[in-house]
Every structure is written in structure tokens, then in C-alpha cells.
Design a protein around this ligand. Structure first.
Ligand code: NZQ
Ligand code: ZN
Length: 388
């Protein structure tokens, strides 16, 4: 394990089919005024909205509605949410939805009482929070981002062509999150598989760095194997509780800081994917799927031993009689076959990216330095081009 680190996670989780009941235990801990944050229509269609409102009323809460959080929440929506929170002096932000709704709630938590422009202060300049922070609780309905147990908060500014993921500290993590796998059954297949790939990508972003013998990598391999196994079952039978519950639990552990411990971590697939998102507003997991193969093929020579280990330990590639490179490449080929089986989007052109956008996309890509290769501008353009 590299370096010195501390580990704690302040989010309390309630998991399982009966987990919504525990909202009754959490609500009394906060004041009367609750900002109820959700997306467009899914929770009204599947009945979850009514259940939540009933619990809030039973607990004597006054509800301030904040509906219409879009996938890839925008900076304009953030300003709207801050106004609702501030004007009504709310005591709790209750997010009911996927990563977008949870991320947005955290952004409002940090920004509502900010005296400056929060986009500039907390996203562009990434400053420490020096104002009152509102508590957040989550009821998760879409699995993938890990937002339910981390400080991540991704906001998109379409005018500036920037999608920025701020990682806030413990004080912005959700105070509690309710994870009922059954709430994810109504997700369309496209969203379910995008979420599954998001999970895989989160694990790989942390796995593909370093050359030391690190327990975090063994944990990651276990999570990946479980994800691959359950993903195949969930694709065939989306209401298989065992598979959906495993996927939900893997998502949480994939990005709640645990498997990053002692590692530098990469995150370039996400930087490339976020640039694509800032131009196209495409579904997050699909932006990652579309750039992954081109990116991994480019960095494979620089992290050959880890790619070889990945092929053998995660994808069961038989190493006998093969060169290191052949084993590593076979691992990526088996991974690609699984991605196609999952019906993921494998090309950027399918997400609306055109050749003319490539330079701009590269300019919108933040370059990270923790992986096996620090990409140059030209290499980033080449990865996008290879992904078309
Ligand atoms: O708006 P509604 O009607 O609710 O529909 C949503 C939305 O259209 C729908 N949905 C959610 N739960 C549903 C459902 N439909 C039917 N039944 C249900 N149970 O799904 C659509 C997508 O939801 P969204 O929340 O956007 O998906 P996801 O959870 O993938 O979140 C994506 C956002 O999270 C960010 C992404 O960049 C993106 O902005 N990320 C956050 C991270 C973090 N906090 O650490 C890390 C990730 O890498 C990621 O960047
Ligand atoms: Zn992600």
C-alpha cells in the first residue's frame, strides 16, 4: 500500500427491500422544512413519490418541491435549487433518484448559502467550502455512480462546454442513503446497462494505476467478477433480486473511496467521457463505454503487467504459451465482447459526435496524471478519433 491515508465514510446506508422504512428513523433528526428533489417523471410513474410524501407528512414535514433535475444536471438548475433552499430556509435536502439527483442535491448543499457564484467558486476554482452546508439524504433509484456514498457532484455547463466533477469532503457526503434494489426494476434497459458500465469503469479507473502489490486491487478484482456475473443475469431477467441487489451493492463499493486507498488512480476515461457529455449531453455510462477500448489500447503498453493481470484474474484468460502482450490484448477482447453482449454504445458517432468536434472535445478534456500514461493533446484527439 502506498503512502499515508485515512479512511472513514460518514454515510449511513440502509439496504434491502424494506429499507424505505428507515426514512422514519432518519427524518426526526432534521428540522421541519424538507426540499424534495427528484427528476422528471419516473418516481411519479412507479409510485415512489407518493410513498415518500406520505412518510414526510407522517413525520410532520413541510415539503418544498424541487422537481425536474435532468440527467447531467446543469448549472442553471443548480442556481434554481439554491434559490428554493435559501428562500425557504430548508433544513434537509432529500434526493430521490439516480446519480444526477444525488449529485445535484450535494451541489445545492454546498452552494445554497454561498455568497459568490458557486459554479466559479466550487467547480471552476475548486475552493474549500466556507459557508453553511445543508444535510443531504438519498433514496436511490438508479445504480451506477456511487453518489449515494461519496462526495462526488458533477455539474454541466453547456455554454462553457464543461462538465466538472467536484469531489467534496466528508461534510457534503449524504448523511444517509436508502438502497432498495426493487426501486431500480423500472429502469429502462439502456439506463441499466449504462449504469453497469459506469460501475465497471469506476473500478477500472482505480485499478489501472500503480505497480505495487496492493490489497485495493484484489478487492477491485472481486467486485469486477461479481459485476460481470450479475450483469449477465440482470440483462436476461431485470427483476432478478439477487442480481440487482448485488449490482447495487457493487456500485456503492466501487466509488465510496475504499478501492482507491493506497493508489494514485487514473480517471482519464471519465475525463474523456465528461468532455463528450459537455458537447452531447449523452448518458454518462455510454460516453465511457464509447471511449474505453481506444483509450485502453493506447495505454496498454505502459501498464502491460496490470493489463495482463486483469486479463487473467478478471476475464479468466489462459496465460499459458502466450506473450504478455497477447494475454493483455486477449483480456481487452473478452471485455469488448462482454460490452457488446451488454448492448453498450461502442462508438462516439452513435452519441452524436462528429469529426469536427474532436479538437473541441480534446480542449474540454482535463488531463489526469495518476494513470500509466499522461496523454498529450494529440493523443487525446487520437483516442476520440479511434472511438468514432
Ligand atoms: O428523471 P427521471 O424521470 O427520474 O428519469 C431518470 C433519468 O432519465 C431515469 N431513472 C432513474 N431512476 C429510474 C429511472 N427511470 C425509471 N425507473 C427508475 N427507477 O434514469 C435517467 C438517468 O438518471 P441519472 O440520475 O442521470 O443517471 P445516473 O445515476 O447514471 O447519473 C448520472 C450523473 O452522475 C454523474 C454523471 O456525470 C451524470 O451527471 N456522476 C456522478 C459521480 C459521483 N457522484 O461520484 C461519478 C460518476 O462517474 C458520474 O460522473
Ligand atoms: Zn462514472
Amino acid at each position: 500500500m502506498l503512502g499515508n491515508f485515512s479512511y472513514s465514510n460518514p454515510t449511513k446506508l440502509y439496504f434491502g427491500e424494506n429499507s424505505l422504512e428507515f426514512l422514519n428513523e432518519e427524518l426526526p433528526k432534521y428540522g421541519k422544512r424538507v426540499q424534495l428533489i427528484y427528476g422528471k417523471s419516473s418516481i411519479k410513474k412507479n409510485g415512489l413519490y407518493d410513498k415518500i410524501v406520505e412518510i414526510l407528512k407522517k413525520n410532520g414535514k413541510e415539503i418544498f418541491e424541487d422537481a425536474g433535475v435532468m440527467p447531467n444536471p446543469t448549472v442553471q438548475k443548480l442556481y434554481e435549487g439554491c434559490k428554493i433552499a435559501k428562500d425557504n430556509d430548508v433544513d434537509l435536502l432529500l434526493a430521490v433518484g439516480g446519480g444526477s439527483v444525488c449529485d445535484y442535491a450535494k451541489a445545492v448543499a454546498a452552494s445554497a448559502h454561498c455568497k459568490e457564484d458557486p459554479w466559479e467558486k466550487y467547480y471552476l476554482r475548486s475552493e474549500e467550502i466556507d459557508n453553511r452546508i445543508l444535510p443531504v439524504g438519498c433514496v436511490l433509484t438508479m445504480v451506477g455512480t456511487g453518489s449515494e456514498m461519496n462526495g462526488g457532484s458533477v455539474i454541466t455547463n453547456h455554454e462553457q462546454k464543461l462538465k466538472i466533477g467536484r469531489v467534496f469532503g466528508d461534510n457534503v457526503f449524504p448523511k444517509f442513503s436508502i438502497l432498495n434494489p426493487v426501486f431500480t426494476y423500472t429502469l429502462p434497459e439502456y439506463q441499466m446497462v449504462a449504469g453497469i458500465y459506469d460501475i465497471m469503469s469506476h473500478i477500472l479507473e482505480q485499478y489501472f494505476s500503480g505497480e505495487d502489490d496492493n490489497t485495493s486491487d484484489y478487492l477491485s478484482e472481486g467486485l469486477l467478477r461479481s459485476l460481470i456475473h450479475s450483469s449477465r443475469i440482470a440483462l436476461k431477467n431485470p427483476t432478478d433480486y439477487e442480481a440487482r441487489s448485488n449490482i447495487m451493492w457493487i456500485a456503492t463499493w466501487a466509488l465510496n473511496t475504499l478501492v482507491a486507498k493506497g493508489k494514485t488512480t487514473d480517471w482519464m476515461v471519465h475525463m474523456l467521457g465528461h468532455a463528450v457529455g459537455s458537447y452531447t449531453d449523452a448518458t454518462h455510462g455510454m460516453t465511457l463505454a464509447a471511449v474505453s477500448m481506444a483509450y485502453y489500447k493506447k495505454i496498454l503498453p505502459y501498464g502491460l503487467q496490470k493489463f495482463k493481470r486483469y486479463a487473467v484474474n478478471v476475464w479468466d484468460v489462459c496465460p499459458e504459451g502466450k506473450s504478455d502482450e497477447a494475454i493483455a490484448l486477449e483480456g481487452l477482447a473478452v471485455m469488448e465482447a462482454w460490452m457488446r453482449e451488454m448492448k453498450l454504445v461502442m462508438n462516439l458517432s452513435d452519441l452524436g459526435v462528429t469529426e469536427e468536434m474532436l479538437e473541441g472535445l480534446a480542449n474540454s478534456t482535463f488531463v489526469k496524471t495518476g494513470g500509466y500514461k499522461i496523454l498529450t493533446h494529440e493523443e487525446i484527439v487520437a483516442v476520440f478519433k479511434d472511438s468514432l
